[in-house]
Design a protein around this ligand. Structure first.
Ligand code: PHE
Ligand code: FE
Length: 290
């Protein structure tokens, strides 16, 4: 991974990046697109070009098709233009935020089909590694899949599930589901393994590693298994969970999680590098990305 997702995780490590002084109670700000400098647009183009070269044959087709339609390679995109297209496609919109937002705020946005996108861009020396999500991660990594109706619905359900999990003491479990799907999910396609997680698809190194390196485990997606499994925030993942398609993801997370949270409280958490007895380690793709 190349960033921390939650405010709670980050707060152990000091102050958040980003200017929170001008935001409203939902943590929303204006994108202020005019304020980006030519150097920042140029850095975006470099990030975009590197990543756009890596994703064919490695990202799932839905991601590639949406990315092509988004036409976001020329510089830091205007969120309002993408919001317009998104609203037409799936009823989602983007909101600009100063950076990481509290879990409750994040869940509220998702539950209302609003995706928070960080306004600031990393510095040139952070080209390969960034500690908190920036606009490149949020936009390049997350926005394409919001054009897919099934994934878009999954994200909204996740937001609603987050509000509910907070009342049921289930947040650590639910966060692992986000991590291993939305951020680091893999999909088994007829052409081989493909990535759909934003943390992978916005990373220069993990996009090839997750598919073809022999070291990490690749395990068939199963909600309870995922929710028991710890994850790495400062290195490549030691385990990836593999779905068949987004419909499976939606269907297998549709049931009420309350009994699941209760059961998980009685179980031990699993280290990130676990392979349970009887579990199949799905073989990697052969290298080259296709
Ligand atoms: N079914 C979950 C619940 O009852 C909600 C949820 C759906 C959470 C999809 C995550 C993803 O809490
Ligand atoms: Fe993310």
């Amino acid at each position: 991974a190349d960033f921390f997702r939650t405010l709670e995780e980050k707060s152990d490590h000091g102050k958040l990046r980003g200017d929170y002084s001008g935001c409203d109670e939902r943590y929303v700000v204006q994108q202020d697109w005019q304020a980006y400098t030519p150097e920042q647009h140029a850095l975006w183009r470099r990030l975009y070009q590197r990543q756009a070269k890596l994703v064919p044959g490695r990202a799932c087709q839905v991601f590639l098709d949406s990315l092509a339609k988004m036409d976001a390679g020329d510089g830091i995109p205007r969120f309002d233009r993408t919001s317009e297209a998104l609203r037409r496609a799936t009823g989602w919109e983007l909101v600009a935020v100063p950076g990481l937002v509290p879990d409750q705020v994040f869940f509220e946005h998702l539950a209302n089909r609003r995706f928070p996108v960080t306004v600031w861009l990393r510095e040139p020396h952070e080209f390969d590694y960034i500690v908190e999500p920036d606009v490149f991660h949020d936009f390049f990594g997350h926005v394409p899949l919001l054009f897919n109706p099934v994934f878009a619905d999954y994200m909204q359900q996740y937001g609603k599930g987050g509000l509910k999990a907070s009342r049921l003491d289930g947040l650590p479990n639910l966060s692992r589901l986000y991590w291993y799907t939305v951020e680091f999910g893999l999909m088994h396609t007829p052409e081989g393994l493909r990535a759909y997680g934003a943390g992978i698809l916005s990373s220069g190194g993990e996009v090839e590693y997750c598919l073809s390196d022999p070291r990490p485990r690749r395990v068939a997606f199963e909600v309870e298994r995922v929710m028991r499994t710890l994850y790495k925030i400062d290195s490549f993942q030691e385990t990836y969970f593999v779905i068949r398609d987004f419909q499976q993801l939606f269907d297998e997370t549709a049931a009420d999680f309350a009994p699941l949270y209760a059961r998980l409280r009685e179980q031990e958490v699993l280290p990130a590098n676990t392979l349970l007895p009887g579990e199949t380690n799905i073989p990697p793709n052969s290298k080259s990305g296709s």
